[in-house]
Design a protein around this ligand. Sequence first.
Ligand code: FAD
Ligand code: SF4
Length: 321
Amino acid sequence: MINFQYARASDVSDAVRQIAADPEAKFIAGGTNLLDLMKEDVERPTRLIDISGLPLKTVEETKDGGLRIGALVPNSDLAWHPKIEQRYPLLSSAILAGASAQLRNMASTGGNLLQRTRCYYFYDTATPCNKREPGSGCSAIDGVNRMHAILGTSDFCIAVHPSDMCVALAALEAKVHVVGPSGERVIAFADFHRLPGYTPHRDSDLNSDEIITAVELPAQGFATNYSYLKIRDRLSYAFALVSVAAALEFDGDSIKDARLTLGGVAHKPWRDPAAEAALLSNAKGFAHNTFKIDLARRAIVRALTQAANGTPQSQSSKKIR
Ligand SMILES: Cc1cc2nc3c(=O)[nH]c(=O)nc-3n(C[C@H](O)[C@H](O)[C@H](O)COP(=O)(O)OP(=O)(O)OC[C@H]3O[C@@H](n4cnc5c(N)ncnc54)[C@H](O)[C@@H]3O)c2cc1C
Ligand code: SF4
C-alpha cells in the first residue's frame, strides 16, 4: 500500500473544492473497487476524499414524473426501493444480477458508474496496459481476451465496462448529474462512458474535478415488458460475458417503443436502435472471444422473447437480500 492522506467532504461544494485543489486526489464512496485497485498498486491516489457522508442518499420524484437517485444510494437500497421495483424493475433486476449481497450493500450508485474494467492485464502491473499506463501497449489484443470487447474496440484497448446496472440505465435513457468548479451539468447516459479510441485511460466524460451527484430516470420505466439477461460463467458472483437489457412498450399487438442494450461486449453499454442483425454486423472477435458474437445474438433473441412475454429473467437473485 502507498501512503495517502484521508479527508472527509462536508458538502458537495467542499468535495469539489478539495478535488479541484489536488489532481492526485480521488473520491471514495463505498470503496469496493477503489480500495482493491489501491491494494494492487493500480490506483495511487495521494489523498482520499471521503464523500460517503454527503446527503446524496435519497430517491426523489422529479417534476417530469421520473426519479432522481442520489449518487450515494447503495446498490441494494436502490434495487429494493419500492418505486424502483414497481416502476423500473429492469434496473432492479440488473443490479441484483451483479456482485454479491455484501458488495451491493456497500457499492454506491455513482461508484458503480465509475468502476474500472476487470481486464486481467489492467490489474497486473507487470504487464503493458494502455489504460493503466498510456503508451505502454495492450496485452489483451494478442493475449487472453475471452472476456473482452467485440464492438467499438480500438488498436489501443479492447476492454469492456463491467457494470450490470449501467446496461439498464443506458436502456432507460437515464441522465447523469454532475457538479464541478463551474457549476452543474447534465450528461445523457449514452454520452457518459467513452469508447477507448486513442485514450483508453479515460473511461468517461466526467472531468477529474467533478463529482456525480445524481442519476435521473425519465418517466418511462417499461415495467411490464422487460428482461435483463446476464450470461456468465457462474450463476452468481461473476461478471457478464454478454448481458442484454431489453424493454418493450406495446400498443395492442404493435411494439410502440423498444430498447436494447448490451453489456460485456464493449467499453461502454452498447445501445443501438438498429435491429439485431445490424447491431452485430460490425462485431470483431479476437483469439478467444469470437464465441461472444453468436452468444450475443442468441441472448438478444431470448431477452426480447422474455420481455415480450412479460417473463423477465434474473428473478432468482431477488431471493437473496
Ligand atoms: C468481487 C466483486 C464482484 C463484482 N461483481 C460485479 C458485477 O457482477 N456486476 C457489477 O455491475 N459490478 C460488480 N462489482 C463492482 C461493484 O458494483 C463496484 O465495485 C461498485 O459499484 C463501486 O461502487 P463504490 O461506491 O464501492 O465505488 P468506489 O470503489 O468507492 O469508487 C469507484 C470509483 O468511483 C469514484 N467515485 C465514487 N463515487 C463518485 C462520485 N459520486 N462522483 C465521482 N466519482 C466517484 C471513485 O473515485 C473511484 O474512482 C463487483 C465488485 C467486486 C469487488
Ligand atoms: S484491453 Fe485495455 S485494459 Fe486490457 S490490457 Fe489492453 S489496454 Fe489494458
